[in-house]
Design a protein around this ligand. Structure first.
Ligand code: ATP
Length: 818
């Protein structure tokens, strides 16, 4: 076989100026996309679609950074002074401690970095491609030049590509061009070589689709993209500093100043007041500094956070930014989407109402078992039903795939349920879709709440098919379709009644309508789709709450966390589902339109009081988050769409859906749920609280040890006694406790009662009065015990060596006991 000759991807190819046909032929891509073999061969030739990773900090640098800490600086200074005094043993131990501490920090930070990085890898970008006539979802890294990619709003463009078809496609290219206004794209060739921002026939890797849909032919991947040319670096190093860690560093600095002052005071008191020899007092001062410095602390906190991140990842909550671990622990309100997060998103059509008849549908989930049975139509003829089922198949972008494990769905679960419904009516989806070609369409957007297609058959029949939220569709209809196919008048009131009845049972409704048009009509405009339709009927879909969500909601209630449900669905449906979930306030809900009408005080009151928000737009979500925050609530907010980004960014913890969510939403979030499940958020809050507890436990453990030893030396100097413990001994104790006992605390399992106590007040400092008091109290206990044991031994004439040994062992015994 000859080696294939693939086109080069040089910059001067000028894909923007050629026709789509020419692009197809240059890239040797057939209409139905590349086949698997071709993809593999091209991947071998061009390599993976990745940018080179940023060069990591070198190992040596990472190691040296460990010593760049004021606590360690003081230790090093102490070591140097000890060298100058000729105390070689002490000096070597001090330097040994510095080194060991550096090594521990280095290893632990490496682990934390690794944890963050492996998590980053779990978040690889997905992309949809057309290969061999079928839609597939693949890892963006697997895309090759010549692939046909499918884009829709919220996607991150996975590679540079020449557009083949667009439908209202707009992209935000600010990451590349700095231009913040989204650009309208088209397929028409543009002048060769004009500025990147003006090449409207191209989409660029790394930019974001903000609206519409499109198909494009990949012209450049990996480093051969515009992004690759300008950046040469894909990822930033993970950020490891959190607000808490910053506070601890600050605390470390303050502590050091205090310790140095205390050491100086000790030296002065010893020499001037007690008249001790200067060298010995200097030694005591150094001992004091060494004793008091909690050198293991920063490393302990980093490792605690990293362990938290790993624990959360194991339970499907992927932390994108480390501070979220702490914030999660203090969340007071969780605003969650309904569909798929609180509910299972396994939709089943349960009922159909046409203008003439009502039908019940049996079966559950994505299986074909089940029937459509007439509740009021024994004769069986109903044109409205036939047309509604057809619309359900044609005005639909999803696909079903039969696999060994059952039916796999590609696309929107609700649309997949409509295909299942068609199967139950024994319709041949594939055949119908071939027969009725789609000539144009208006995609579903959450603010318009409907989708429309224009379909032509081979017998010169052409129709616009529309499906969407009933209150949107009903006003677009001029009449209804009767059972014999004729038109009848529409009674909006009675249809609203049907919607209301379905909603009360927690079912979501979808209305279907159509309009016959002239066969010459090949372009679908919004005005055409939005008026003069004939209503075909309504369907009711069931989407029950997840069992684990019900449990998690009750756990949150116990933990003092308010759960609010936000949905694009109908208010009645939302309230019924809210009640099944056990939300606190399901007597009253509010729609986005009503919410926006309120004045500032009204919004603030509603944000706190109401738990069910329906027909909510992304802007409403943002208003809600801001109102909650003004009320001092720490808010976690979920989101999936591209328009959710502002609300996700504003929330204290933005939570994006890993499966169903868009890339845009993920990038605006702190946490990504790998399973899109509400229970995972509650689990992450639990872990977050556990992490905070463990950090406090470590502080509570380490600080009194240092405090006790420092007091011991201080007391000895003030009382004019020989030092009960030497610096070498102190350091040995510190090291042993930091690496063994304190490290064990970082891995402490979360307390069983963490979700039974109210959230930590947001303004609460980590050093609560209780914690400070406890540190001081225990320090004095350690001092008292050690000093008495030391004195007893001296009095018994055991000799200084033995007495010191006993004192050191007392400190350790106290610690272990504590
Ligand atoms: P949530 O916000 O909890 O995820 P949702 O999925 O119901 O809820 P949207 O996707 O914004 O929210 O849908 C709002 C409404 O739009 C739905 O209640 C439905 O009536 C209608 N709708 C949803 N998807 C489609 C679609 N693919 N085609 C037509 N109409 C749709």
């Amino acid at each position: 076989m000859t080696k294939p000759s693939y086109p080069s991807l040089e910059e001067d190819q000028q894909w923007e100026s050629i026709t789509t046909e020419k692009a197809h032929s240059l890239l040797q891509t057939p209409e139905q996309g590349l086949d698997d073999e071709e993809v593999l061969s091209r991947r071998d030739y061009y390599g993976e679609n990745r940018l080179p990773e940023v060069r990591k900090r070198s190992v040596i640098r990472r190691f040296l950074v460990q010593f760049n800490n004021i606590l360690i600086h003081v230790l090093i200074a102490a070591g140097l002074v000890t060298v100058a005094l000729g105390e070689w043993l002490d000096a070597s131990v001090i330097f040994g401690v510095v080194l060991i501490n550096g090594i521990i920090g280095f290893i632990q930070e490496g682990k934390a970095e690794q944890a963050m990085e492996s998590i980053r890898r779990m978040l690889s970008t997905r992309a949809r491609v057309l290969r061999d006539g079928e839609h597939h979802e693949v890892d963006a890294a697997e895309i090759v030049p010549g692939d046909i990619i499918l884009l829709e709003s919220g996607d991150r463009v996975p590679a540079d590509a020449r557009l083949l078809a667009v439908k209202g496609l707009r992209t935000d290219e600010s990451s590349l061009t700095g231009e913040s206004v989204p650009v309208d794209k088209s397929t028409d060739p543009v002048e060769a070589g004009i500025a990147i921002a003006d090449r409207l026939s191209m989409v660029w890797s790394g930019t974001l689709v903000t609206a519409g849909q499109g198909h494009a032919l990949v012209t450049g991947t990996g480093e051969a993209t515009e992004l690759g040319r300008i950046s040469q670096a894909a990822e930033n190093a993970p950020e490891l500093v959190t607000p808490l860690l910053r506070k601890i560093h600050q605390f470390g600095r303050q502590l050091t100043v205090l310790i140095l002052a205390l050491a100086a005071l000790t030296y002065l008191a010893g020499t001037l007041w007690r008249g001790q020899p200067a060298a010995e007092m200097f030694f005591a001062a150094v001992s004091l500094a060494v004793a008091a410095i909690p050198e293991g602390l920063p490393a302990i906190i980093t490792i605690t956070l990293a362990i938290g991140v790993q624990a959360m990842a194991r339970r499907n909550a992927i932390i994108r930014r480390l501070p979220a671990v702490e914030t999660l622990g203090s969340v007071t309100v969780i605003c969650s989407d309904k569909t798929g997060t609180l509910t299972r998103n396994e939709m089943t059509v349960r009922g159909i109402q046409t203008p003439s008849h009502a039908y019940a549908v049996t079966g559950a989930g994505y299986t074909r078992e089940g029937d459509i049975t007439a509740e009021s139509n024994p004769s069986g003829d109903d044109r409205a039903l036939d047309d509604l089922l057809l619309a359900g198949i044609l005005c639909n972008d999803s696909h079903l795939k039969d696999t060994d494990q059952g039916i796999r769905i590609a696309g929107d679960p609700m649309e997949a349920a409509l295909l299942i419904l068609g199967d139950k009516a024994e319709l041949d989806t594939r055949q119908l879709r071939k027969h009725w070609t789609r000539t144009d369409y208006i995609p579903f957007e959450s603010d318009t709440r409907y989708m429309a297609t224009l379909n032509h058959d081979h017998a010169d029949d052409a129709r616009i098919l529309v499906k969407g939220a009933p209150e949107r569709i009903l006003p677009m209809c001029r009449g209804v379709c009767l059972e014999d196919g004729g038109d009848g008048p529409i009674d909006a009131r009675s249809w609203e009644e049907v919607v209301h009845n379905y909603a009360r049972q927690g079912r979501r409704t979808l209305a279907f309508a159509m309009k016959r048009v002239d066969p010459q009509h090949t372009v679908l405009k919004q005005e055409d789709a939005e008026e003069g339709l004939v209503l075909l009927g309504l369907i009711a879909l069931e989407d029950p709450p997840r069992d684990e969500a019900i449990k998690a909601v009750s756990e949150c209630r116990e933990a003092g966390i308010r759960v609010k449900m936000i949905t694009g669905d109908h208010l009645g449906t939302a309230l019924a589902i809210g009640e099944q979930l056990g939300l606190r306030n399901t007597r009253k809900g509010m729609t986005g339109a009503d919410f926006q009408q309120l004045d500032e005080d009204g919004i603030a009151a509603a944000a706190v009081e109401i738990d069910v928000f329906a027909r909510f737009s992304p802007e409403n979500k943002l208003t809600l988050v801001q109102a909650l925050q003004k009320n001092n609530q720490i808010t976690a907010m979920t989101g999936d769409g591209v328009n959710d980004s502002p609300a996700l960014r504003s929330a204290d913890v933005g939570v994006a859906m890993g499966r169903g969510g868009t890339e845009a939403a993920r990038e605006a979030s702190e946490v990504v749920l790998a399973d899109d499940n509400f229970a995972t958020i509650a689990g992450a809050v639990r872990t977050g609280r556990g992490v905070y507890d463990n950090i406090r436990k470590s502080l509570m453990f380490i600080l009194p040890t240092n405090g006790g030893q420092a007091l011991l030396i201080l007391a000895a100097v003030v009382a004019g006694l020989t030092l009960p413990v030497t610096p070498v001994q102190v350091l040995w104790v510190n090291m042993v406790t930091a690496v063994t006992l304190a490290l064990a605390l970082t891995m402490e399992p979360t307390e069983p009662n963490v979700m039974r106590r109210p959230p930590r007040p947001p303004a609460e400092p980590i050093f609560t009065p209780f914690l400070s008091w406890r540190v001081i109290f225990v320090s004095f206990l350690i001092l008292a015990a050690t000093l008495s044991v030391f004195n007893l031994h001296i009095q018994d004439g055991m000799g200084i060596e033995t007495a010191r040994t006993a004192a050191v062992n007392t400190v350790i015994a106290c610690q272990i006991f504590y």
